[in-house]
Write a protein that binds this ligand. Structure first.
Ligand code: PGA
Length: 241
């Protein structure tokens, strides 16, 4: 694994933004796997600024987001749709029809999961997957469990994740209890993976990701088996290494 440690969140945002845009410069019709949460915000900001400078063109890019809450209106301020449009898609030139999300309001969620996997395959697979990591080691909404879930699926969120995410909602009772997420197999099939982690809260999960046992109790640990993983960490997230 390629572990890069930076002094500030700003530096990580610049480095990660260049990394993602570098992929698009090399292959203009790249398929990007994208993440939500506070972690990638600065990276998206830098992607927008490179686009505004004319340094990169997203017109042929396709995106697949990792996950979405179930039974939350996509127009809700806390939906991952809203997050992605506000922080990235509204500011760059990815055609709307190239933007893919799991639909957490689909009538048949199982069919939706199968369909999403087929769409990723039809697009030629994900060239680069951007990931954050949960304080409990989750990636996307693959929560600690007894077994790795291979493909896209519906999950009941762990209490720790509900608590982590409650900061965005008016009260913890408003946090959805279920989500629809790409699976570990879907993520592992990405050709390259970029993980960003910020803060001491992530240090334990990062330590386990890098040199702990590979176990579904820390879903991110499976990334030890991927051949092209880059981690961009601040000093706090790297503090246990
Ligand atoms: P965060 O979430 O970026 O808001 O810390 C990361 C994650 O849960 O994957």
């Amino acid at each position: 694994m390629n572990v890069l440690v930076f002094d500030t969140e700003e530096q990580i945002g610049v480095a990660a933004g260049y990394y993602m845009c570098g992929q698009v410069l090399q292959k203009p019709d790249s398929v990007l796997g994208l993440a939500t949460g506070s972690t990638p915000l600065k990276a998206y900001g830098h992607m927008v600024s490179l686009y505004k400078q004319g340094a990169v063109d997203f017109s042929k890019v396709t995106t697949f987001n990792l996950d979405e809450y179930c039974h939350l209106d996509v127009k809700d301020k806390n939906s991952y749709h809203t997050f992605m449009y506000e922080n990235l898609f509204n500011h760059i030139n990815i055609p709307d029809e190239n933007i893919n999300f799991l639909n957490g309001n689909a009538w048949d969620l199982e069919a939706e999961c199968k369909n999403y996997e087929n769409r990723i395959k039809a697009a030629g697979g994900i060239d680069i997957q951007l990931l954050g990591i949960g304080s409990n080691g989750h990636i996307a909404f693959n929560e600690p469990a007894d077994a790795f879930q291979r493909w896209s699926h519906v999950v009941a969120l762990k209490q720790s994740t509900i608590e982590d995410n409650s900061r965005f909602f008016d009260s913890i009772d408003e946090v959805p209890t279920h989500a629809i997420t790409m699976g570990i197999g879907s993520i592992m099939q990405a050709k390259r993976i970029l993980i960003i982690a910020l803060g001491t809260k992530k240090a334990k999960a990062i330590k386990q990701l890098i040199d702990g046992n590979v176990t579904p109790e820390c879903p991110a640990s499976v990334l030890q088996f991927h051949t092209d993983v880059t981690l961009m960490l601040d000093r706090d997230a790297a503090s246990l290494l």
